[in-house]
Design a protein around this ligand. Structure first.
Ligand SMILES: C[S@@+](CC[C@H](N)C(=O)[O-])C[C@H]1O[C@@H](n2cnc3c(N)ncnc32)[C@H](O)[C@@H]1O
Length: 244
């Protein structure tokens, strides 16, 4: 359960640098590739996440943070459902630039800042809801990432982790693996101009812990009432936990 291990990265520092550079290279085409490669289902995954945390968003005073916000799709969806401002952070500058452009165009109440998810410039217990969509898998150390999430959440605050998973049905998993390992790198490579980014994607999903293991790790990090649900046959899992 250590963290992501991109090919060639010798330690956690190199893994994080590799991830940041890679997202920097694909940032200009990230949204297009995302929507096309997922047949637009990624929009539903984020909408569903917002629905599951709506009870917190409905509290105007709730402090909301979306880490690894990338081009901002989840942060913007959260802001749409919340009266207050939504914080969004990412360590990849080009992704944040894209997020900022979108937020300005939509006049969304967001405050975006550059930060490593494992070292957030926020005080202990300073947020009530922390979300992360498709970013957690890329962290160089999952236990450190969870510890930092727990640190910035107030007791009773909610963490929501939306991440790729492994479909439990073997036949569906085989079909999905064929798509993600054979087709996705080809199309993603052409769309983004970066084949290695879309070779890394299925590899990182394959190495990522299953949903039950991630739930256990959340409990170890100090989250209670941990639950998860599979979406789209288990291509994705949404984990929820309450900071204890
Ligand atoms: C697959 S994108 C997801 C973006 C967005 N959340 C979404 O739903 O489309 C992953 C994002 O996580 C960011 N990321 C990965 N590791 C990070 C870290 N250690 N600290 C901050 N951001 C990180 C990357 O820069 C990238 O923007």
């Amino acid at each position: 359960m250590k963290g992501t291990t991109p090919l060639g990265a010798r330690d956690e520092r190199e893994a994080a640098l590799w991830v940041r550079d890679m997202f920097g290279r694909v940032a200009h085409r990230y949204d297009l590739a995302n929507h096309l490669l997922s047949f637009n289902i990624d929009r539903y995954w984020r909408t569903h996440t917002v629905k599951r945390v709506r009870h917190i968003l409905e509290r105007p005073e709730a402090r909301v943070l979306d880490i690894c916000c990338g081009t901002g799709d989840l942060a913007l969806a959260l802001a749409h459902a919340h009266q207050g401002s939504v914080l969004g952070s990412d360590f990849c500058h080009p992704m944040l630039v894209a997020a900022r452009q979108k937020a300005e165009a939509r006049q969304a109440r967001t405050a975006l800042f550059e930060a490593d998810a494992s070292d957030l410039p926020l005080g202990d217990g300073s947020v009530d809801l922390l979300t992360v969509a498709f970013g957690f898998r890329n962290l160089a150390n999952y236990a450190d990432g969870l510890a930092e999430m727990r640190r910035v959440l107030a007791v009773g605050g909610i963490a929501a982790i939306l991440e790729f998973s492994q479909p439990p049905n073997a036949a569906f998993a085989a079909l999905y693996n064929f798509y993600s390992r054979r087709i996705l790198p080809l199309i993603g490579g052409v769309l983004s101009g970066s084949r290695d980014a879309y070779t890394y994607l299925p590899e990182s999903v394959r190495k990522f812990p299953g949903a039950a293991e991630l739930a256990d790790e959340m409990r170890r990090a100090g989250f209670a009432q941990v639950s998860y649900e599979y979406l789209t046959g288990g291509i994705v899992a949404l984990h929820l936990g309450v900071a204890a």
